[in-house]
Design a binder for this molecule. Structure first.
Ligand code: GLN
Ligand code: ZN
Length: 763
């Protein structure tokens, strides 16, 4: 029977125990021992859970107090200079300072940069390296973890990020190439491998997810060199784990001196054939057949034939595992007692995924009860195809009738611009914000009371209206040109819409780690998506009734709605996205009919949806852009469509942003000192742009001069008729005492440049 294992388990705990323990420790309410004790209990509980669900071997060292990439950097002694002193004096405090930054006495010590882990919503800390960097083992955490598991009676396999992926995910602060450090890094890995061999560790899992990305010659040489060195040292057996896609160079893979490889057969089922042709039969093949990135049960009708083929061609050295670490899914679907039983029966969280693997292993052994269970599972999943409330004939037929034309505006940008000028009569360098205003404790309490039934609908709506009125008056007094209602009714930009759309469901404990102690609870898209009733019109209309200035309607875009949810896996993503786009399109038209002449459709997640391989970018961008265009298509020329995207890397997607053809796009630019505008300049981006002139991620209130300095940088490269003046993101995380002066300074800066420009125009 194939061995059942997994590559890693969620760390945070079913009830976010780790989050609570971390935050209490950071507040100074619990000491290091209490924190470490909670962490130890979680590890023990998760090993026990894994084994009871059916795992033969459990991973260890997959746990982390904050992030596994940071752990790897610390393990090899890659601690940046600014954190060294604290780290040497108090390693745990130093570790958290690297993760979160450190204020207090003396100069502030900023955290390491944080960025997305491949195409997931998990964020890792980017190790900071520099030319000439040395590496040496600092402790032996992976081995300690193995000893801990062994002492508890578990058959465990330490997990560690492999050297090439580690360097690829790092950055060099001096502009050198991190891969140049491979020779310096390898002895530290060798040291660890030798210690593991001496201790009797049977297997080590080296994660090399970069093997599924596009590799250049430097990367290829690095893989060859690294595994030649690691291969010939005294060591445990090595399992090379790849995930999030297909191995891009199977020949390279087969040439590496390792004892097993793990493949992601959910993202890339087709790679199996090529790997079976190249992978020696005496080495382990670990097949990732249940999806570690989604919450749905696997389809036995697809998985079983794949497994039988593998057994037939590869023989007995097969392992079964989820496609990647279970870090990206919640822990136990049995807790979701509030979901409809039918929906719940389709779900597999971490525990259920391991149970499925156990069934597959038993079925391959010919066990009738396992075969029967898998048969039943397939029947259950097949029922999705007809289940009312899941399949909506109206949505399907609308989708089928969707033409290219639905994504067209009536006229070109140039003609629209004039129509909008006539309708809105905005000054040069118009000022606006991104949507949300501060989410005060009172607002949060209001929503919580309403949710819990302690506040009647009427009282709740009155309270929201009061808040909206306050937000409108504040903006008028600040002197902004295009106002917003402030989003007081929204807890989260995806959840708020998901709750009002058919086809979405919400879990009770479906938490996944986003970074450190921060978790998100992505909604489930389980059926065809449609909009039973208007979602935002009531609030936008009310806000507009209070003022003569235009109020901007505020929606979350289709790609972001898709990207930040667990999406049904038996429908193509582009189709689900198009369904959401159609629902949003109805909302856009309702807003327009209600007299809202400016509508913003936020797409902050557009870029993160980019596939890992360049060859797949165009296909994704095509449907992503088309979804946005469908959502806003068909409105009058005079209706001004805005979009907002907050990241500073536009080079890869600038063509797609242009193809979205929003009349105005606001982007994050303040932290990159307007450098990202280069992409827009180089591409002759034609429509209007609002580069963020005020960094809302910091509590610092910019003065007029610093806003002006950024505005002037933008004016130096872009036409003044093309520019808008706005902050770089929503204001919900800030306080009124910060927001009000900052926006006043922003408006003052715009006015100063308008005057200057009026003078030159007159002269
Ligand atoms: N309109 C949203 C807000 O202002 C946009 C949030 C975002 O960019 N993530 O809060
Ligand atoms: Zn933003």
């Amino acid at each position: 029977m194939p061995l059942v294992t997994h590559l890693g388990f969620p760390r945070i705990g079913a009830r976010r125990e780790l989050k609570k323990a971390l935050e209490s420790h950071w507040r100074g309410e619990s000491d290091a021992n209490q924190l470490l004790d909670t962490a130890r209990q979680l590890r023990e509980r998760h090993w026990a859970l894994s084994v009871s669900a059916g795992a033969d071997v459990v991973p260890c060292n997959d746990f982390s107090l904050y992030d596994h990439v940071l752990d790897t950097a610390v393990l090899f002694g890659a601690v940046p200079q600014r954190h060294r002193e604290l780290f040497d004096a108090d390693p745990l405090a130093g570790y958290f300072a690297m993760a979160r930054g450190q204020r207090g006495e003396g100069a502030p010590r900023p955290a390491l940069e944080m960025t997305k882990w491949f195409d997931t919503n998990y964020h890792y800390l980017v190790p900071e390296l520099h030319a000439g960097q040395g590496f040496a083992l600092h402790g032996e955490a992976p081995l300690d973890a193995w000893r801990e598991a062994k002492a508890l009676g578990y058959n465990a396999r330490p997990v560690l990020l492999g050297p090439v992926s580690f360097l690829r995910l790092s950055k060099a602060t001096d502009g050198s190439c991190p891969m140049d450090l491979l020779e310096a890094l390898l002895p530290a890995y060798v040291d660890l491998l030798q210690r593991m061999a001496a201790a009797g560790v049977p297997w080590l899992q080296l994660d090399e997810p970069c093997l599924v990305t596009d590799l250049d010659d430097i990367d290829r040489a690095a893989y060859q060199r690294a595994y030649a060195v690691l291969g010939k040292t005294q060591r445990p057996n090595l399992l090379l784990a790849t995930y999030f896609g297909g191995v891009s160079d199977v020949e390279l893979l087969a040439s590496l001196t390792v004892d097993g490889v793990h493949l992601d057969l959910c993202r890339a089922p087709k790679q199996l054939d090529a790997v079976l042709g190249a992978w020696p039969r005496d080495r382990v093949l670990s097949l990732g057949v249940v999806d570690g990135r989604n919450v749905w049960r696997s389809q036995p009708a697809q998985v079983l034939p794949r497994l039988r083929q593998a057994i037939e061609r590869h023989g007995p050295k097969l392992w079964l595992a989820p496609s990647c670490s279970l870090l990206h899914v919640p822990i136990d679907a049995r807790e979701e007692t509030r979901l409809a039983p039918k929906l719940r029966s389709w779900l597999a969280f971490a525990r259920q995924k391991i149970e499925e693997l156990r069934h597959y292993a038993a079925a391959l052994d010919g066990r009738p009860e396992a075969l029967a269970a898998l048969d039943a599972q397939q029947t259950l999943l097949d029922s999705r195809a007809q289940h009312p409330g899941v399949v909506d004939a109206k949505v399907r037929s609308r989708l089928a009738a969707l033409s290219q034309q639905a994504g067209q505006r009536r006229s070109s940008y140039h003609a629209r611009h004039h129509a909008q000028q006539r309708a809105l009569n905005l000054p040069e360098l118009p000022t606006t914000t991104i949507g949300s205003f501060p989410q005060t404790p009172e607002l949060r309490r209001l929503r919580a009371d309403h949710r819990a039934g302690r506040l009647s609908q009427a009282d709740y709506e009155r309270a929201l209206e009061k808040d909206i009125e306050h937000v409108i008056r504040a903006q008028e007094s600040i002197g902004l040109d295009v106002l917003v209602h402030g989003e007081p009714e929204r807890n989260d930009m995806v959840e708020y819409f998901g709750e009002q759309l058919a086809g979405y469901a919400f879990t009770r404990l479906g938490w996944v780690q986003s970074y450190g102690s921060r978790c998100v609870k992505p909604p489930l898209i389980f059926g065809d998506v449609s909009r039973p009733a208007a979602m935002t019109v009531r609030w936008s209309r009310y806000a507009q009734s209070l003022t003569k200035r235009p109020v901007k309607g505020m929606l979350t875009g289709p790609v972001t709605m898709l990207q930040w949810s667990f999406v049904r896996d038996d429908l193509p993503r582009d189709q689900v996205c198009a369904q959401i786009a159609l629902a949003l399109r109805d909302e856009v038209h309702d807003l327009e009919r209600a007299g809202i002449g400016v509508i913003q459709v936020d797409e902050p997640a557009l870029r993160e949806g980019l596939p890992l391989r360049r060859s797949e970018w165009d296909a994704y961008l095509d449907w992503a852009v088309q979804a946005f265009r469908v959502a806003v298509g068909g409105v009058a020329d005079s209706t001004q469509i805005h979009s907002h995207m907050c990241y500073s890397e536009f080079n890869d997607i600038i063509g797609a942003v242009a193809a979205m053809d929003a009349d105005v796009v606001s982007i994050e630019a303040s932290r990159s000192h307007m450098e990202l505008l280069e992409a827009f300049v180089d591409q002759h981006y034609p429509n209007a742009i609002g580069p963020g002139l005020y960094d809302i991620h910091s509590p610092h209130v910019p003065d007029t001069a610093s806003v002006l300095a950024l505005l002037d940088k933008a004016l130096a490269v872009l036409d003044k008729r093309q520019l808008w003046v706005n902050p770089d993101c929503g204001l919900k995380t800030r306080q009124w005492s910060e927001v009000e002066p900052a926006l006043r300074h922003m408006v003052a800066a715009a006015r100063a440049r308008r005057q200057a420009s009026a003078h030159t125009d007159a002269a």
